[in-house]
Design a protein around this ligand. Structure first.
Ligand code: NAD
Ligand code: DAU
Length: 351
């Protein structure tokens, strides 16, 4: 079946991997990448597919309903995979309103246009909302987030994502929008913006700058290689049951401090530095307010129903990721110039 899929946020970290996968795997689909190109969006991420005949880029903002309407009409959009968002927890603490606008109002704009444009012919359409495990809040030392876990978001970012999930569900219940939601754990891999833990620390190790570990480094995250997330989105988009959530995770929990030490060890080897040189850069700084202690996904449902599982071990994925950053220092320099420096100073100077 031919489809015209609107992928929002396709110039960002995860979105660019989803766009690449769909453009290459489905030559009969038209892939329309809608992105506002905020600080986190970068068309350099998609150089290899930008000339593909089934790919179109639309520079637009989910906060502009008129433009969304035009794009739906111009490309006869049959489906949406919605990734566009403000995605960084620390920025949501500095500036919550941006998250409320893009993540909540932007999502409702898209839902409203899809509802009107698709009219009643919902059987042939799909609205796939890409969400996060952070909506479930935090875990103690034991247990996992399942699809039945109640929502208990703790940061402005996770509250805005939880709210967007609720609106997607409400449009499904009230207007029969045919939706699926994926709630994924922490991603890592190429093209990850260096404000998040792994790419920030890779960049700082390259530059021999301090590695600012929040609190005691005891918070735990469940890490998944970004291409495995893109594979999960592909599966759920095509085979997931309408109106359901699917949790996606790496079965791969790491305490921050253990992860940082592993990263330091791998990078010392790759950079021919003395063992322990990068670890000496670790600096414990003031904790993130409302810092969730532990995330861990139970990904049994997507595994049992759709046969998905991660394809790489963490050590393999981390090694590939470090190699990518070492081979793409121009990308790194490019995205960390200009306004990034202001953010870095604001975020880290008083910790
Ligand atoms: P990102 O910050 O790297 O990319 C976000 C993209 O959205 C950028 O290209 C940006 O330009 C675009 N964008 C932002 N505001 C926009 C607007 N108003 N209109 C149009 N485009 C806009 O984010 P990411 O890490 O790739 O995350 C993508 C999605 O996946 C988000 O919805 C996020 O909540 C979710 N998610 C992320 C992770 C993770 O670990 N990174 C894990 C689970 C879920
Ligand atoms: O769980 C999924 C979520 O993962 C996504 O929804 C978010 O978009 C994504 O940003 C990510 O959120 P986290 O807050 O978990 O990721 P971050 O990389 O910012 O932080 C990971 C852990 O590392 C967290 O416990 C905070 C800590 N940290 C982070 C930074 C940036 C530090 O100790 N120092 C830092 O400088």
């Amino acid at each position: 079946m031919s489809r015209n899929i609107l992928i929002t946020g396709g110039a960002g970290f995860i979105g660019s991997h989803v766009v690449r996968l769909f453009v290459n795997k489905y030559p009969d689909y038209k892939i329309v990448n809608l992105d506002a190109l905020t600080y986190a969006g970068n068309l350099e991420n998609l150089k290899d597919v930008e000339r593909a005949s089934n790919y179109v880029f639309e520079h637009a903002n989910v906060l502009e309903p008129g433009m969304l309407q035009e794009i739906f009409e111009q490309h006869n959009i049959t489906d949406v995979i919605h990734l566009a968002a403000e995605s960084h927890v620390d920025r949501s603490i500095l500036s919550p309103m941006d998250f409320i606008y893009t993540n909540i109002i932007g999502t409702v704009n898209l839902l409203a246009i899809a509802k009107n444009y698709w009219k009643e012919n919902f059987d042939v359409h799909r609205f796939h909302h890409v969400s996060t495990d952070e909506v479930y809040g935090t875990l103690g030392d034991e247990g996992f987030f399942t699809e039945q876990t109640g929502y208990a978001p703790n940061s402005p970012y996770s509250a805005s994502k939880a709210s967007s999930d609720h609106f997607v569900r409400a449009y499904g219940e009230t207007f029969h929008i045919p939706y699926v939601i994926t709630n994924c754990s922490n991603n890592y891999g190429p093209n990850h913006f260096p404000e998040k833990l792994i790419p920030l620390f890779i960049n700082n190790i390259i530059q021999k700058k301090p590695l600012p570990v929040y609190g005691k480094g005891e918070n735990t995250r469940d890490w998944l290689y970004v291409i495995d997330h893109a594979r999960a989105i592909d599966l759920v988009f095509h085979e997931g049951k309408t109106g359901e959530h699917y949790n996606v995770g790496g079965f791969n929990e790491w305490k921050n401090i253990d992860l940082v030490k592993l990263l330091c060890k791998l990078m010392d080897k790759k950079l021919n530095r003395a063992p322990g040189e990068s670890e000496a850069l670790i600096t414990y700084v003031k904790d993130r307010p409302g810092h969730d202690l532990r995330y861990a996904i139970d990904a049994t449902k997507i595994n049992k129903e759709l046969g998905w599982k991660p394809s790489l071990t963490f050590e393999e994925g981390l090694s590939v990721t470090i190699d990518w950053y070492l081979q793409n220092e121009d990308w790194l320099k490019h995205v960390t110039s200009g306004k990034y420096q202001n953010y870095y100073t604001e975020q880290y100077s008083n910790r």
